[in-house]
Design a protein around this ligand. Structure first.
Ligand SMILES: N=C(N)NCCCC[C@H](N)C(=O)O
Ligand SMILES: O=C(O)CCC(=O)C(=O)O
Ligand SMILES: [Fe+2]
Length: 324
């Protein structure tokens, strides 16, 4: 339910992280304060910044730097790990290859997904079967990114405990069949500076899963988030933070009270912009429907949408490279 927000709140989540192993975390007033802030942000904007997240600044910057160095390589080098259906849509996409709302995005990217082995999810997982393509160049790329992915996974899991409490559930609502074996997806993206033609780096879209952790360049203002009035609100860089936003599956779990808010990227600066985006998702094959604890709070407005995350992802992936 994106309201008429005009800016995006910054939440210090350190009290939540400090208690993340304590099943009684909800008894702690400092945790409850974080939960209240999360609930407000998720209800009003579907977007928030987090600080106090514990991931060192030099790692945030390190993954952006190595991303930038990869995109600076000549096309032939980048094309060695070209994204293809045979790799389960993992790999490098050149500028204009990804399509959003019928228009090519002015971005290049590498897509990484949690690996899916043959037959792992039957027919449901077929399209996503494959292994990540790690560039040889720059050196140490894989080891750095795998460390980052692992930290993002732990962090997202802990933020989801806070969101579970905000939804009126137990902190572990998203463990087990829902997201106890979470799928993940990571995109590293480069947006060229203003070229004069199409300046849309990424067209308006929502994210697909539970929670997105976005690590954006410190000095370029390009991400925009849409509020209920249809105004585009800027999400400027706040050094050392992640921008977090709600995905389509969390919208369903909350029965629509939390919105998977539309957002887009327009890089109007002359500089090349980099972002590293980690998507924390449900279990690939889980059936998503509104949480029981939450039906009461949506006051008879029963949408009760259902979805299978893997089906949703596959549908998106198969249309992301097709110009309608
Ligand atoms: N949530 C994700 N995966 N974001 C990355 C891509 C968003 C744009 C994509 N072409 C689309 O139309 O969905
Ligand atoms: O680069 C950004 O700031 C946002 C990218 C994004 O929204 C996405 O890839 O889903
Ligand atoms: Fe997005």
């Amino acid at each position: 339910m994106a309201m008429d927000f005009s800016s995006i709140p910054i939440i210090d989540i350190s009290p939540l992280l400090a208690k993340s192993d304590d099943p009684k975390m909800a008894d702690d007033p400092a945790v409850l304060d974080v939960v209240t802030q999360l609930d407000k942000a998720c209800t009003e904007a579907g977007f928030f910044y987090v600080k106090g997240h514990g991931i060192p600044d030099n790692l945030l910057k390190g993954v952006r730097d190595i991303t930038r160095r990869f995109f600076e390589l000549p096309y032939e080098e980048k094309a060695k790990i070209k994204m293809t259906p045979a790799t389960g849509y993992r790999g490098y996409e050149k500028i204009g290859e990804n399509i959003t709302q019928g228009a090519p995005d002015m971005q290049e990217a590498i897509d990484f997904y949690r690996e899916v082995s043959k037959g792992m999810y039957g027919d449901l997982g077929k399209v996503m079967e494959g292994y990540n393509q790690w560039p040889q160049n720059p050196p140490k790329f894989r080891i750095l990114m795998e460390e980052y992915i692992s930290l993002c996974k732990d962090l997202a899991k802990k933020i989801m405990c806070g969101i579970a409490l905000a939804l009126g559930g137990s902190p572990y609502e998203f463990e087990g069949d829902r997201a106890g074996d979470p799928f993940w997806y990571m995109r590293i993206i480069g947006y060229p500076g203003l070229s004069g033609e199409n300046d849309i780096g990424c067209g308006a879209h929502t994210d697909y899963g539970l929670l997105t952790l976005l690590n954006q360049d410190d000095d370029i203002n390009a991400l925009q988030v849409r509020n209920l009035s249809g105004e585009w609100i800027s999400a400027p860089p706040v050094p050392g933070t992640f921008v977090c936003n709600i995905g389509d599956m969390l919208k369903i779990y909350s029965n629509g009270l939390y919105e998977s808010t539309l957002h887009r990227v327009i890089n109007n600066s002359s500089k090349y912009r980099v972002s590293v985006v980690y998507f924390y998702e449900t279990n690939f094959d889980t059936v998503v429907e509104p949480l029981d604890t939450y039906k009461t709070r949506t006051k008879g407005d029963k949408k009760f949408e259902r979805a299978v995350y893997g089906e949703h992802l596959v549908k998106k992936v198969l249309t992301n490279f097709v110009e309608e």
